[in-house]
Structures are given as structure tokens and as C-alpha cells.
Design a protein around this ligand. Structure first.
Ligand code: GLN
Length: 249
């Protein structure tokens, strides 16, 4: 069910964010994840990383091949560094396309989003919700996947809602239509991390200089917290708030 990771803190190379942490790194989680909750075994259907050059929109690198097969990880991605990185390794849901465009992160403006999970009953369960989207936004879906639809719904709400509320309102709508869905979303604008735990694993570590949100912890540092199911978090260095998904705003 994919693994994702968001990092905010002192500048690090994108390669370091992907590979450091030894047996717990996101790279290792691509073939040896520890907590997939029955949703697949390896994350070999591509990977992606977005990073924010100072004051600018994120740059994104994605490849539909396994992360361990891409020489860019030890090459060019070791030459770029940032104070903000969002990355994911993908295990495609059965029936969904294996393309670069289907790999997270999805980006637009300052925003980047990744998704661990699947929408139950896809695509039929989403037909009524999709009708609320302008046809042109459906035609512009980056890929015909559940994750891309979630991204499009979240992106639209970010124009009028705070990030945490945009995630919350999309999750509530999707869960109403497809209650058995697994909906771990991770959103960033390069200054904050917003994420959900809905029927999937999520951990977070925050201290005064660093905030890391990940499907499963990516290093052996002290201080990782397991986010309870059906909760949302907002994190940045020195700041962490965890709220219930169903709590009112
Ligand atoms: N359903 C999404 C996809 O196919 C995410 C898959 C996952 O989390 N394993 O891309």
C-alpha cells in the first residue's frame, strides 16, 4: 500500500531523505516494509520525490520503475538539497496504470500530495462525488487512479479551505461513499505537513528542528509517535497537533 514520507528541517539532499535510516529507510521499505496491513508486499511500481527550492514551487522527480533500479537516487538526487521533501514508493492497486503520471507526489503551485491506500469500490463508488467536479478537471486527472482523483478533490478545496480542513472534508466525503477505503494522505506546501491516518499506518517525529511524517518510521531516532487511526496531524519543526477526523473544525 505504498509508503510515504514528509521531511521538514535543516537542508538534506533528496537522496539522503530517501536512503538514510538503514533498514528503516524509505528505500528499504520499497522491498521490506514492516507494516503494510495486508495491502501488498513490495513497493516496486515506481517512486517519486518533490522538494522545494527556497521560496519556489516544488520540483518533482518520478519514475514508474522500482526505486532500487534508478541510478538517479545515488546520482543527481544526491546533488539537490532542500529543507522540505515529500517522497513515496508505490505498490499499485490492482487494475491501476503503471505509469510515471500515476506515481506520487502530485504537485501544483506550492502543493504536493501523496496517498497510501485505495478507494474501496473504485471507480463506481466515486461516481456521485466525481459529478461535483468540473468536467475539465476530470479530463485533466494526471492518471486514472484513485490517488489522482483524491489529489484533484483536495487541490480544488485548497483554493478556499485551510490545508487540514481540505483533507478533512475530502476524507469525510470519500468515507461516506466508500467506508472501507484506506485513506492515508500526506500534503505539504514546503512549510508544513498535513496528513491523515485512515485504516493505514502513520508515524510522526517532531522536535525543535525537524518534523518527519512517514507511513512507518524511517530511522532509529527516539521520539516516533504512532498516529491513531482516523486522525489528522499537522506538523512542522517544533509544532505537532493531532485531531480526530470526525471532530468539528
Ligand atoms: N491506490 C493507489 C495507487 O494505485 C495507491 C496504492 C497504494 O497505496 N499502494 O497508486
Amino acid at each position: 500500500m505504498c509508503r510515504h514520507l514528509g521531511y521538514l528541517g535543516p537542508p538534506r539532499t533528496v537522496a539522503d531523505v530517501l536512503t538514510s535510516g538503514g533498514e528503516r529507510s524509505l528505500m528499504t521499505q520499497s522491498w521490506a516494509p514492516r507494516d503494510m496491513r495486508g495491502g501488498g508486499t513490495v513497493n516496486a511500481d515506481g517512486f517519486g520525490a518533490a522538494w522545494w527550492p527556497v521560496g519556489r514551487e516544488p520540483v518533482v522527480y518520478r519514475n514508474p520503475a522500482p526505486i532500487w533500479s534508478d541510478p538517479a537516487v545515488d546520482g543527481v538526487l544526491g546533488e539537490v538539497s532542500s529543507t522540505a521533501v515529500v517522497a513515496a514508493v508505490r505498490s499499485a492497486t490492482v487494475g491501476m496504470p503503471l505509469t510515471r503520471e500515476a506515481c506520487a507526489p502530485f504537485t501544483d503551485g506550492m502543493w504536493a500530495l501523496t496517498h497510501n491506500g485505495r478507494i474501496d469500490g473504485w471507480p463506481d463508488s466515486m461516481a456521485a462525488l466525481a459529478e461535483w467536479l468540473p468536467a475539465v478537471e476530470l479530463l485533466r486527472l494526471p492518471a486514472l487512479t484513485d490517488s489522482a482523483l483524491l489529489w484533484t478533490m483536495v487541490r480544488r478545496r485548497l483554493d478556499t479551505e485551510e490545508p487540514g480542513e481540505a483533507l478533512r472534508s475530502v476524507l469525510v466525503d470519500v468515507l461516506e461513499a466508500a467506508p472501507q477505503s484506506r485513506l492515508n494522505l500526506l500534503l505539504s506546501d514546503g512549510t508544513g505537513l498535513w496528513a491523515s491516518a485512515v485504516s493505514h499506518s502513520l508515524t510522526v517525529r517532531v522536535d525543535e528542528s525537524v518534523a518527519v511524517v512517514a507511513s512507518e518510521q524511517v530511522d532509529e531516532e527516539e521520539g516516533w509517535l504512532v498516529v491513531p487511526d482516523r486522525h489528522l496531524i499537522e506538523a512542522r519543526p517544533g509544532f505537532l497537533v493531532i485531531t480526530e477526523l470526525e471532530a468539528s473544525a
